[in-house]
Design a protein around this ligand. Structure first.
Ligand SMILES: NC(=O)C1=CN([C@@H]2O[C@H](COP(=O)(O)OP(=O)(O)OC[C@H]3O[C@@H](n4cnc5c(N)ncnc54)[C@H](O)[C@@H]3O)[C@@H](O)[C@H]2O)C=CC1
Ligand SMILES: O=C(O)C(=O)Cc1ccc(O)cc1
Length: 403
């Protein structure tokens, strides 16, 4: 094992990782195992739950670990178990000399590293890790070989970690299709509080409100509420563990989020108490709705907290990097195109874009049930907008750049 990796002529990564043991064959462990199997790595699996282990093996993720039968330690052992048990599982694996190098997949890092140090684990061969790909489901049945493609994979080695250990775990992350990123455990935890843990709680808060809705209200649920609440489907026990292991940073983000929500709610409550009708900016000339001080709608209408949050939210959303990574990926421009709701329409649209030489980076389809038309939102590089809009218009498509 050298961990150098590389790409052969067919673009398939070669690797010097020969054998990896996955401890914890749930969603993440089995997904890592499937990705490694696809790269030709020999994977052995273990899990205290025999049903999970059997399902992972039946899915082709590897073979059950039989410690007695292995002639030598694996190159790497990946511990993909719940955060609280990782230090003890690591210590046990190191005592059994399961592998040369060890990593984990837990969503929190400082408590795992501290726990491993407390238990006297060998920190030279342990590189704490966190693949930033996942799902709201759990168990091996939800595993996917492509779960980590294009995702970041945080590595948090302590100062004691051997360079060879870091190189080996870096190679493991790359073999799974991810982009490894080395950072200190506490910095990792602050970052994921912002981009993963607090968003999970916010999603749960929105989803929990739905319990108060009647059947008719829920029938009206569209894609927006589905997008916002998808991750609320995660396992409550696992998420309680994640949140308590990163409690301080998560509480800080939630406090600021709650302040934004409270200011917005207060502005809307005040607005609704004083205005019988007509939202700002929509009233016919001369009939502007009054504000508390008697002025017409505008900057002093008390809605500034609402506008401010919506504007900051839009900017914040624009900062989320896409598939090409934070530095390299520009923000895409969306071109809405009206398409007939009929077989082959999307194929013809994509073919027209290909003829124009423009790559469609992403696409979303908006359907109105019962209508014969839909809108395809094409995500393209800003410099391709004019070319694509002109080519599609010339081809007869109803194109609406800037809409
Ligand atoms: N669910 C997600 O989207 C992501 C989860 N993670 C982290 O990955 C880890 C695993 O999470 P999932 O795969 O989602 O959970 P999961 O529930 O699908 O799998 C966890 C597995 O660990 C096993 N396990 C429990 N105690 C164990 C022990 N003492 N020794 C060995 N295995 C044990 C369970 O039997 C189960 O099969 C967690 O630390 C989580 O924070 C990381 C990235 C994404
Ligand atoms: O479902 C998703 O989109 C996720 O982002 C899941 C996820 C959950 C926990 C993590 O530590 C990392 C990723």
């Amino acid at each position: 094992m050298s961990g150098s990796g590389g790409a052969d002529g067919a673009g398939v990564r070669r690797t010097d990782l020969r054998r990896v043991t996955v401890v914890g064959s749930g969603l993440i462990g089995t997904s890592i195992a499937l990705a490694l199997r696809a790269r030709g790595v020999d994977v052995t699996l273990t899990d205290p739950d025999p049903a999970s282990l059997r399902l992972a093996c039946d899915l082709g993720a590897g073979r059950p670990l039989d410690g007695a039968a292995e002639s030598s330690p694996a190159d790497i052992a990946v511990i993909a178990a719940p955060p609280a048990v990782i230090p003890a599982v690591l210590r046990d694996a190191q005592d059994r000399k399961l592998a040369q190098v060890y990593t984990d997949a837990a969503s929190v890092k400082a408590s795992v590293v501290a726990g491993a140090e407390r238990l006297g684990c060998d920190m030279a061969t342990f590189v704490a890790g966190h693949p930033m790909g996942g799902r709201e489901k759990h168990g091996p049945g939800a595993a996917r070989a492509d779960l980590f493609l294009g995702r970041s994979w945080a590595l948090c080695p302590t100062d004691e970690a051997d360079a060879g250990s870091v190189a080996a775990v870096t190679e493991l992350a790359r073999l799974c299709g991810a982009d490894p990123l080395v950072l200190e455990a506490r910095a990792h935890d602050r970052a994921v509080a912002l981009v993963s843990h607090a968003p999970h709680v916010a999603s749960s808060a929105v989803a929990a409100r739905l319990l108060a809705g009647d059947g008719a209200a829920l029938t009206l649920a569209g894609q927006g509420v589905r997008d916002v609440t998808r991750i609320a489907g995660g396992d409550p026990a696992m998420w309680t563990e994640i949140l308590t292991h990163n409690a301080g940073p998560v509480a800080e983000v939630l406090r600021e989020t709650a302040a934004d929500l409270a200011a917005t709610a207060e502005a809307l409550r005040t607005w609704s108490a004083r205005t019988p009708a007509d939202p700002p900016g929509r009233a016919p000339a001369g009939t502007e709705t009054p504000s508390r001080d008697g002025a017409g709608g505008g900057d002093d209408d008390g809605l500034e907290p609402v506008r401010d949050l919506l504007a900051r939210g839009r900017s914040g959303h624009g900062r989320i990097p896409g598939k090409h990574g934070a530095v390299r990926r520009p923000v895409y421009t969306v071109i809405p195109v009206v398409i007939p709701d009929e077989p082959g329409a999307l194929g013809r649209l994509f073919a027209a874009a290909a003829t124009a030489g423009v790559n469609i980076e992403d696409v979303r389809i908006e359907h109105s049930p019962g209508l014969p038309l839909g809108v395809a939102e094409l995500y393209v590089l800003p410099e391709a907008v004019d070319t694509l809009a002109a080519a599609l218009s010339a081809d007869g498509w109803s194109v609406h750049p800037g809409a």
